[in-house]
Ligand binder design. Structure first.
Ligand code: KG4
Ligand code: ZN
Length: 393
């Protein structure tokens, strides 16, 4: 099955074409085309992602990104198409609120053959609703004009499934995954532990009671006058110090809720503790900033691991997978690898390939394929809606 997948939930406009085959137990994927534009440079000026700006940029990027993905997949063949009046009218209505997108859409589809794809998958949540909507309306318009089925995909499910895949160049494979599968989802909007006892059926084991860990990274980075997104910046300060063997930094930060018996998290206090240090000290030297960054990473990694270990104990998980932007963090990856090897050698740790940790459309294609094989909730395309707060469990 060949899937065209569209992702616009946050600040990445991404489209991929993936050839998928197999079952939930053993599935293979070949990435035929993969195009992505990051809006990070635009949002950096604002110090964060602005939904209206994200939506505008997605609308501008979608057609060129589609063209690039199809071209790479060798599925772009120029040929004048006649679009029936009733289809054109329906699509115009769907894209009415997307400004120039309608014009670019018609210009594109009226000049190219219907590509050889079997279905279109699109992220419908969670994320920024205006950003999600533009991807969904674009996907609906494509599904109509090309007469293809449309599969709504949960963004977090995409993170989990791509984390379970082993990757070799343009080929991904999901096989021999022992259940139950515990997923630690850590991103700008999420910090949660979810359990999959059966494929695609989720149980919430723990979650943050306030800020997401990625949000804490971004806020602390901003306090240290580092650019957005803050995660990689904090890591860039801390890693050289670690390489020098610095294990006891000058500053001490709390490990919020580490002794609480639940698998829940809290990161707001950690951020406030950083704020107090900055207030008390005034300006920090570059070296002090690095020490603070290092201690902040230590605190995050320790709490994330402690709660995950507790969740492994509680659930008997056989596989642990990390997903979301923060799972790209070198220190967190290192701590999890070491702890699993030393304390839970019966549990298989799956870390997403770095190129799949941040938002992309390949993961949406994977999840779209898995959804299509189980047919859990076939929805007519016109009922697919954006849900910014969508939850797996
Ligand atoms: O999954 P993602 O790309 O977008 C969503 O939030 O859905 O995650 C973005 C988050 C940001 O908060 C960013 O600071 C964080 O992931 N992040 C990192 C690293 N790379 C990205 N945090 C820590 N270390 C990193 N290397
Ligand atoms: Zn994400």
């Amino acid at each position: 099955m060949r899937i065209l997948a569209i992702e616009t939930s946050c600040d990445e406009t991404a489209i991929a074409v993936v050839e998928a085959e197999g079952t939930l137990e053993k599935a293979n994927f070949r990435v035929l085309g993969n195009a992505l534009v990051s809006q990070i440079d635009i949002h950096r000026e604002f110090g964060g992602v602005f939904p209206a700006v994200a939506k505008r940029e997605h609308a501008k990027n979608l057609v060129p990104i589609l063209e690039a993905a199809l071209e790479e997949a060798e599925l772009l063949h120029e040929d004048a198409q006649v679009i029936p009046e009733d289809v054109r009218a329906k699509i115009s209505e769907i894209l009415a609120r997307e400004g120039d997108l309608a014009q670019a859409f018609f210009a594109f589809v009226s000049e190219c053959e219907v590509p050889e794809i079997d279905a279109i998958a699109v992220t419908n949540g969670p994320g920024l609703e205006p950003a999600l909507w533009v991807g969904i309306t674009f996907a609906k318009a494509l599904a109509l004009v090309w007469n293809k089925p449309l599969i709504p995909v949960d963004h977090m499910e995409g993170h989990i499934l791509s984390g379970l895949a082993s990757i070799n160049d343009k080929t991904l494979e999901i096989k021999n995954v022992a259940s139950p599968i515990l997923a630690l989802l850590i991103s700008g909007g999420h910090t949660e532990l979810v359990l999959m006892r059966e494929w695609l059926q989720y149980e919430l084991i723990g979650q943050t009671r306030d800020d997401a860990v990625g949000e804490a990274f971004d806020k602390v980075a901003r306090m240290l006058a580092l650019p957005y997104p803050g995660g990689p910046e904090i890591s860039r300060l801390a890693e050289p110090l670690r390489a020098l063997g610095c294990e006891t930094p000058k500053f001490t930060l709390p490990r919020p809720m580490i002794h609480d018996p639940s698998c829940d998290f809290s990161f707001a206090g950690l951020k406030t503790a950083v704020l107090y240090i900055l207030k008390e000290r005034g300006q920090l030297s570059d070296e002090e900033k690095s020490e603070l960054a290092l201690e902040f990473e230590n605190a995050c990694a320790e709490v994330l691991w402690a709660k995950t270990a507790r969740a492994i104990e509680k659930t008997g998980a056989q596989t642990l997978v990390l997903g979301g932007g923060v799972s790209n963090n070198t220190h967190i990856r290192r701590v999890f690898t070491k702890e699993i090897a030393e304390n839970y050698s019966n549990v298989v740790l799956r870390l997403p390939a770095p190129e799949l940790t941040t938002d992309n459309a390949v993961m949406i294609a994977l999840a779209g394929y898995f959804r299509s094989t189980t047919n859990l909730e076939a929805q007519p395309p016109n009922e697919i809606r954006a849900n910014g707060n969508q939850r797996l469990a």
